[in-house]
Write a protein that binds this ligand. Structure first.
Ligand code: UD1
Length: 419
């Protein structure tokens, strides 16, 4: 266990290379279970990625880190169970389900627990697999999934564009027998990255102009070399940190288009935002203006993963900001922590109203979840005086060397390892 000690108030300034996207690397690693030997580059060094590598090894694959790449290899045998401890460590372990059924014809796993963002059902994942021929039973909190005759193509209509359900369906469909037609699929850049990886491995996937995805199952997939897209949420987090400290940040190795909705909120708040082919430069005013209304939506709308860090920035803006969280319930667990710093936030159901204050003051803070934890760190960076931040295991799931990167931009923060 460790904690941060942060002395806030420093202006963040400089250039930063943004690491690869966790939410793209995870489904690609899950897909690697059914592909040939692959080299997946730009994989961030995160605990969630280590968990994914461990799961791959349980499934009988090799997974080895070489610098920023993960080399995956196909093994012989392998288990069709994910140990409970790995399921518990990362809720998105569920994205391995489709590949497990495709690879082994069976899967057994504990139902993903730890609902840190409120109810996070997996009914859409399971319904899609059932339509493709999987038999699924649930006993004592465990999910048993089998497809002794293999999976077959099907027509699948997602009632909500769930990122995870889209990924599971795609991974299951690429080696299923026949055609799968998927409507209502999520369109996040991480989904397109997964599709790019699968196509490079020989999968036959077509995306229509209407967003309908057609997958023609193939017998076998080969391996490939693939570079994971940049992490738009990590980039957005650093940009918010610069924005709320009157800073100036050049975020390098990003896809500016992926950040469009966040950049437009920051521009509305008074930041000067300039983009190049693979970079974003943000120059913040001395004090941000209120952001108006920010509603989380499926891509290309404003991402739910940016809601908490954008809220941290809004706490010191001159004027009000209203957030409406449309994707997850209970995604305001960072609010009581930001209030400890002196932030003025009222929540009511899916809405949160932030009235910016002139100054935050350091406090003892807890990371409640991954992105909420990042928001708390940002609040501490902008606050006068010292803060301690505990619960860093959440941060380590999604930010590669957060303290190193922020310190290089001028933050006064250090990680203290307890015991
Ligand atoms: C993924 C991301 C997560 C991000 C989220 C939204 C990964 C590993 N995780 O999560 O970081 O915050 O997308 O961009 O990439 N739902 C159902 N039934 C289902 C599945 C989802 O009702 O079977 C609902 C959920 O309760 C939620 C909404 O759909 O309200 C969005 O969930 P989903 O897009 O599936 O998010 P995740 O894949 O869990």
């Amino acid at each position: 266990m460790s904690h941060y000690i942060i002395r806030g108030g420093n202006r963040l300034e400089g250039a930063l290379k943004i690491h690869g996207a966790k939410n793209a690397a995870l489904p690609i690693l899950a897909a690697a279970a059914i592909c040939g030997d692959s080299v997946i580059r730009n994989c961030p060094n995160l605990t969630d990625i280590s968990v994914a590598m461990e799961i791959l090894r349980h499934l009988g694959c090799g997974a080895l880190r070489q610098g920023d790449a993960i080399v995956t290899t196909q093994g012989e045998a392998g288990d069709c169970r994910i140990p409970d401890q790995l399921m518990g460590a990362m809720r998105s372990s569920i994205v391995f389900l489709g590949g497990m059924v495709a690879r082994h014809g069976c899967a057994e796993l504990a139902l993903p627990g730890g609902c840190e963002l409120g109810a996070r059902p997996i009914d859409l994942h399971l319904a899609a697999l059932e339509r493709m021929g999987a038999r699924i039973t649930e006993t004592g909190g465990r999910l048993l999934c089998s497809a002794p005759e293999g999976l077959h193509g099907a027509r699948i209509d997602l009632s909500f564009p769930s990122v995870g359900a889209t990924e599971n369906t795609l991974i299951a469909a690429v080696t299923a027998q026949g055609e799968t037609v998927l409507t209502g699929a999520a369109r996040e850049p991480e989904i397109l990255d997964l599709i790019d990886f699968l196509r490079a491995c020989g999968a036959r996937i077509a995306i229509g102009l209407d967003g309908v995805i057609r997958v023609e199952g193939v017998k076998r997939l080969q391996g490939t070399e693939h570079r994971v897209i940049p992490d738009r949420i990590a980039a957005g987090t650093y940009l918010c940190a610069a924005a709320m400290t009157g800073g100036d940040l050049l975020a390098k190795e990003v896809v500016p288009g992926h950040l469009a909705s966040s950049l437009s909120v920051l521009a509305q708040a008074g930041c000067r935002v300039v983009t190049g082919p693979d970079w974003v430069r943000l120059t913040a005013p001395r004090r941000l203006a209120g952001f108006g209304t920010v509603k989380t939506m499926p891509y290309p709308g404003f991402p739910t993963d940016m809601q908490s860090v954008m809220m941290a920035a809004a706490t010191v803006a001159d004027g009000p900001t209203v957030f409406v969280e449309n994707i997850f319930e209970s995604r305001y667990r960072h609010v009581p922590e930001l209030r400890k710093l002196g932030a003025k936030i009222i929540t009511e159901g899916r809405a949160a109203v932030v009235t910016g204050v002139e100054e935050l003051t350091g406090a003892n803070l807890l990371c409640t979840d991954l992105r909420g934890g990042a928001a708390v760190v940002l609040g501490a960076l902008a606050a006068r005086g010292e803060s301690t931040v505990t619960g860093l295991d959440h941060i380590d799931r999604g930010y590669d060397d957060l303290e190193g990167n922020l310190s290089r931009l001028g933050a006064d923060m250090k990680r203290v390892r307890n015991g």
